[in-house]
Ligand binder design. Sequence first.
Ligand code: UD1
Length: 417
Amino acid sequence: MQNLIIKGGKRLSGAVSIHGAKNSVLPLICSTVLLTGKSVLHNCPELTDVYAALNILESLGLGWSMNGADIEIISKYPESAEIPESLMLKMRSSVMFLGAILSRTGHAVISAPGGCRLGPRPIDIHLSALKKMGANVRENGGKLIFDASGGLDGAEIVLDFPSVGATENIIMAGALANGTTTVYNAAREPEIKDLTDFLIKCGADISGGGTDTVVIRGVRRLTGAEHTVIPDRIEAATYMAAAAITGGSVTVKNVIPGHFTAVSEIFREAGCEVSFLDGDVIITAPERLNAVKSVKTRVYPGFPTDAGPVLLSALSVACGTSVISESIFENRFGFTDELSRFGARIKVFGRVAVIDGVSELSAAPCNCTDLRGGAALIIAALKANGESRIGNLCHVMRGYQDLANNLRTLGADIIEL
Ligand code: UD1
C-alpha cells in the first residue's frame, strides 16, 4: 500500500476494536533476549516495527513465528551480541535491545538508532544508567561497544527525565544483574507495567513497575512465559479523533479505561461526550468541536505526546483558537506544513502550536512525515471536502494495523492504492 485516497465529509459511526500496543510489544520482544525457552505473546499488532524487532531477534539467533496475533519466541543464549546497523536504523526502539543483550551476554554492539525525526533523540540517559551498572562503553567506527564481562551490577539510578525507553532498558538490564537496581524518577507509562508484569511471569523479581520508583532484584535465570499485550491507547485516541473531527459517534472496543483519563478530559472539553462501558470507550462528537484553550502534552498520566498530532487535526476545525504545547519532543509539529495544505490555519512557535479553527477543510495531496503526524493527516482528510491523496504511508504502517479497513468499517470513503 503506497497511498490512501480519502473522500472526506462522511460522519463516522459504529465500532472498532483496538490492537495490542505497539509500545508494549516492542520492549516485550526485546526482553525475550533475557529468557530461556518458549514465550507466547498474545494480542500482538502486525506492524512493520514489530517485524523490525523480530528481525533483530533473528539476527541474535533467537527463533520466532507469528500466527495471527500470537507471536511465539524461542529464547536461548544469543549467538551474537551485535545488532546490525541496517536493523538499528529501522526504528528507535532497536536501542531497547541494549539492556537485555548486555545483561544476558556481558557484551553489546549497536549503532545509532533510527525512528521518527521528531528532533534530537539522544540516548544519553540509557548510557549513563548502564555505565552506572558497571558497563564500559567505547565508540569505534560509528559503533557503540559495551562491555560488562563480569555481569552488570545493581545500582541506584536517578533519571534526569522519566524516559520511557531508558526506564525499560534499565529494567531489562537489571533483571539478570548482580544485586538490586532501583530506578528513581522512572517513567510511569502503562507499557512499562506491561513489561514488568511479563518479566515477573518469567521469574524476575521486580516491584513498582508503572510507578516512579522501580526496584529490580537481579535473578540468575529467566524462563519463557505467556502474556497478553495491553491494548494500544494511542491507536484508540486516533479513532476518538476520527470520530471527533467528523462529528461522529464511535465505540472503541477493548481499551483499559484508566489509560484515558487525560485524553477523555480534552475531548470532553472540545464538546464530545465520552463514556466507558465494559472495556469500551464511546465517543459522540458535536457537529462542530469547541476550541481547547490550552493542552500540554506530558509524561503519563498526562496527555500523551503521541496523541497530540491527531488532536491537533481535530481542533483544526473547532470553533475558536486552540493551543497545544508539546513538552516531550522538539519537532512534534513538523507535520503541520502538510496539514496546512487542507486549509488548516496553524502557527507553530517552537514547541507551541496555535490552531485557528476553520469551518471547513478542503482535500489536498499530502505526504506523511512521521508516524503520528501521518495519522493526523489521515484524520484531516476524513473531514476535508473532496478527494485527498495521502502518500508515504510507510510511516503510518509502523504503528497502525488495518487503519484504512477500520475507518472504512466506520463509514469512511477510503481506498488503498
Ligand atoms: C517512547 C514511545 C514513543 C513516545 C515516547 C514518549 C516506545 C517504543 N516509544 O519513546 O512512542 O512518543 O516514549 O512518550 O515506547 N531523551 C533524552 N535522552 C535519552 C532518552 C530520551 O534526551 O537518553 C529525550 C528524548 O529525546 C525525548 C524525551 O526524552 O525528547 C522522551 O523520550 P523517551 O521517553 O525516551 O521516548 P522513547 O522511549 O524514545
